[in-house]
Design a protein around this ligand. Structure first.
Ligand SMILES: Cc1ncc(COP(=O)(O)O)c(C=O)c1O
Length: 461
């Protein structure tokens, strides 16, 4: 065994691999470099980053402007206590105010998406006392720490529950999921029952303080609700004096074409929580953005929250640079052109491959849902399979693509197609040529019947 291989094995043996049984993680890929939409393993083999790592490297790798901003800050003032002002956090707040929806203009900085949500929930509960319940949805992920994992609908919550690591007062609403409608209805005849039901829930539950949504659900499906959904939720929240939290940790930062996904519905939430693309993943930074109403509450009340690395200057230094670079990329017209191309190419893949049940998404944020049978929509794998020892079909397809040089993040039922916003049409074609091959693995175990459902924002128009 080479020295490098041995060091990798020792690294794996002495580190906890996230969300996994440790015995399955013995020889992780050693990545040594990354540039643009590619990253490179230690042998020099290139991989197209077709999921922006964890849907966070929105600018791709080695963006010079962001790197320079971080280096300059590291040389000048890497750390200072959060109670002092400094140029980095001031510039970050100024930059945030240029992209956040109007009305969301007071911010708390932390270092991860889960912390952004923890802060929001704590603020909600303080501001809405005696109401304290938070409604979330089953198809969701909000983070790993106590409050955020309690709000999470996906199976990662089950383990936190077994560890007695959840907070009380969280209820789950039905998803807005047209391909697998929990009410078994079809839009538009459904009358957007998934939205209406929230009104029923709030009345019946009592003590509801907030609703948290991923405006376009990320990991759990890239689910795009119909046009009426968020205006309806906003109305329901206002009627019941319930706050609306938009978790834009993944859907924010132009991933869906607009700075934040909720903007597609013309709705302003009371909170936006975000991380990932806020620094384009160059530094760990997260933001809890609040409305005037929430900000006002804490004028007299104690904002009883903080941590050593809150408003960390080095983390914050990446924000203005990332925002400026993201704006430039969007102004170039490239993402708009490439997302139209990507959509058309994904729809074509779905026509060709019988294992693709649904293609849905917008911008650079897409899901291919894999099914055994397109007519009955029978899935290969379900939620309960996620942490089983079974080899899941999405993982098998993604594993094959990886061998062929394309990195695609799999979930239990979908593939996450979410490349950096700088990807070109040619690079999309390069990645999809590989995916075209890898999908054959699933085709061989699928039944040839029915056609794929392909929808993105069509029903938004
Ligand atoms: C919608 C959403 N919220 C919160 C989080 C948690 O963010 P982090 O992993 O930075 O704690 C994630 C992570 O994927 C996410 O997708």
């Amino acid at each position: 065994m080479t020295n490098t291989a041995q060091r990798v094995q020792e690294y794996a043996a002495h580190s906890f691999h996230t969300w996994s049984r440790q015995k399955g993680w013995k020889t992780p890929l050693l990545v040594n470099d990354a540039e643009g939409v590619y990253f490179y393993d230690h042998t020099g083999k290139a991989y197209i980053d077709f999921s922006s790592q964890l849907m966070c490297s929105n600018l791709g790798h080695k963006n010079k402007a962001v790197i320079e901003a971080i280096v300059k800050q590291a040389e000048k003032l890497p750390y200072i206590v959060p109670s002092f002002a400094n140029e980095a956090t001031m510039a970050a707040v100024e930059a945030l105010r240029t992209v956040m929806p109007k009305g969301l203009d007071k911010f708390f900085f932390s270092t991860s998406g889960t912390e952004a949500n923890e802060a929001a929930v704590k603020m909600v509960r303080q501001a809405c006392t005696p109401a304290y319940k938070v409604i979330s949805r089953y198809k969701s992920y909000h983070g790993s720490t106590a409050a955020s994992i309690s709000l999470t609908g996906d199976p990662r919550r089950w383990y936190a529950e077994q560890a007695r690591f959840t907070i009380p007062g969280v209820c789950f609403a039905p998803d807005s999921h047209c391909y697998r409608c929990p009410f078994e209805l079809a839009y538009p005849q459904c009358g957007v029952q998934c939205g209406k039901y929230l009104d029923y829930m709030i009345r019946e539950e009592g003590n509801v303080a907030a609703i948290i949504v991923e405006p376009i659900v990320g990991t759990n499906g890239r689910l795009i609700p119909p046009p009426e959904y968020y205006p309806m939720l906003r109305r329901i929240c206002d009627e019941h004096k319930v706050l609306l939290i938009a978790d834009e940790v993944m859907s924010g930062w132009f991933r869906t074409g607009t700075a934040f996904a909720i903007e597609h519905w013309g709705v302003t939430p009371d909170f936006i929580t975000t991380a990932k693309g806020a620094s384009a993943a160059y530094t760990p930074v997260a933001v809890t953005a609040t409305s005037e109403r929430v900000a006002q509450f804490f004028e007299e009340e104690v904002f009883c929250h903080g941590h050593t690395y809150a408003f960390h200057p080095l983390s914050a230094a990446a924000i203005p640079a990332a925002i400026s670079e993201l704006k430039k990329v969007m102004a170039s017209g490239l993402p708009q052109r490439v997302s139209a191309h990507l959509k058309q190419r994904l729809y074509a893949l779905a026509e060709k491959h019988i294992c693709v049940g649904d293609v849905r998404g917008i911008g650079h944020f897409w899901a291919l849902e894999l099914v055994k049978n397109r007519k009955t929509r029978e899935p290969f794998d379900v939620k309960a399979d996620k942490f089983s020892t079974k080899a899941l079909m999405a993982g098998r397809v993604a594993g094959d693509a990886m061998q062929r040089g394309v990195y695609i993040s799999p979930w239990y039922d979908t593939l996450v197609i979410a490349p950096p916003l700088i990807i070109t049409e040619e690079q999309v074609d390069e990645a999809l040529a590989v995916l075209d091959k890898s999908l054959e693995i699933a085709d061989t175990e699928a039944v040839d019947t029915g056609t794929a459902v392909c929808h993105s924002t069509e029903y938004q128009k």
